[in-house]
Design a protein around this ligand. Structure first.
Ligand code: GLY
Length: 354
């Protein structure tokens, strides 16, 4: 069978549904000990599929609200009490929260140990598991404290998807739509009406998304320029997500918040960069069809704006955003005013009233 692996400069993304090659890699590296980070969901559904013989398990609670310094402290405490050293291996078995925080914890402990990402959600397979962004949330801002460090390897297995809840699939689709909109108009045309996908189709789409992300992060690993395009939908989306995590009983998932962000930022693309109206309509009707409405009227514009002021992409006190000149042609570092965000919220609310 044709090898579908993707080689980046420092590591390989193994497309390996049975995770067969994980054990070979671990044996070759001769680690002193192995730690596996899970949450209650991946412990139940994914850990039984991990073909690793001897390891120590670290379990944390699932959800973005636990991606913080306190949980990191608990991880470091466990590593300290259980003899972890710089030749230990840390395996992140889970979604974006596990990967972001586990990678961060592993990279800081004793100045760093190897870590392997085994992303178990669609979202983390197409986005967070590659590119070396590691972080935890701090105060009101997502991913405020962190670093760039590549994993030792990434293992992609669609074998985890048989227990993935439907809302987690949608969560992943948000980043897939984003990749298509910023990079590949053909992919956008192809995916916008896809339904009832089989597992082979999903693997093919995951690989196409990994290829897009690889192409971008290889040119600009530290987000000095091109990589900023991956933040389309995230300037407004992250701020809404932060408020939702703080205030909602059932907070928005990352992808759900990014969909709101992409609708708002597509509107701003037409307003500030003259993206064609036909494309705005195409994007917004497609996203609206797949994602239910969030009540934006309950969100305070002042609070959103305050959080946006902490955005990592800002420079010189200006809130900078990625917008689209057209589908497949993103422009970064576009300054936003508060009135722009207000008009985008109004567009979103009107869109769902139609
Ligand atoms: N998730 C955006 C990036 O990796 O740059």
């Amino acid at each position: 069978m044709k090898n579908k692996d993707l080689n980046l400069e420092h590591y390989t993304i193994f497309i390996d549904p049975s995770l067969q090659r994980l054990d070979d890699l671990i044996t070759k590296k001769k680690y002193t000990s192995i730690f596996v980070l899970v949450d209650e969901n991946t412990k139940k559904h994914c850990l039984p599929k991990l073909p690793v013989k001897a390891f120590q398990l670290i379990e944390i609670s699932s959800g973005e609200s636990f991606k913080n310094l306190q949980t990191c402290g608990e991880i470091w405490d466990f590593l300290l009490k259980n003899g972890a050293d710089r030749k230990s291996l840390f395996i992140n078995l889970g979604g974006g929260v596990i990967g972001d925080m586990g990678g961060f914890a592993a990279s800081c402990f004793k100045r760093g140990m190897d870590f392997i990402n085994i992303p178990t959600t669609l979202l983390s397979q197409v986005d967070a598991s590659i590119g070396g962004k590691l972080a935890i949330d701090f105060k009101f801002a997502k991913n405020l404290i962190g670093l760039f460090k590549d994993p030792t390897a990434v293992f992609i297995s669609t074998g985890f998807f048989d227990t993935l809840p439907a809302n987690q699939f949608k969560n992943g689709w948000a980043e897939i739509f984003k990749h298509a909109l910023i990079y590949n108009p053909n992919l956008w045309e192809e995916i916008k009406s896809l339904e009832n996908l089989k597992i082979d189709d999903i693997e093919r789409i995951v690989i196409r998304n990994l290829e897009i992300k690889k192409a971008v992060v290889e040119i600009d690993p530290f987000e000095k320029n091109l990589r900023k395009i991956l933040n389309f939908g995230h300037t407004i989306g992250h701020a809404i997500e932060s408020l939702s995590v703080e205030n909602d009983k059932e907070p928005l998932l990352h992808g759900e918040a990014i969909i709101i962000g992409m609708i708002c930022e597509s509107f701003l693309s037409s307003k500030l960069l003259n993206m064609p109206q036909s494309e705005l309509l195409d994007i917004c009707t497609t996203l609206k069809k797949h994602f239910t409405e969030y009540d934006l009227s309950k969100i305070s514009l002042d609070e959103v704006w305050d959080i946006m002021m902490y955005d990592k992409k800002n420079e010189d006190g200006k809130i900078l955003c990625v917008l689209l000149e057209k589908i497949g042609k993103p422009i970064w570092d576009i300054p936003l005013q508060k009135a722009d965000v207000e008009s985008a919220f109004k567009y979103y609310i009107d869109l769902y009233e139609k």
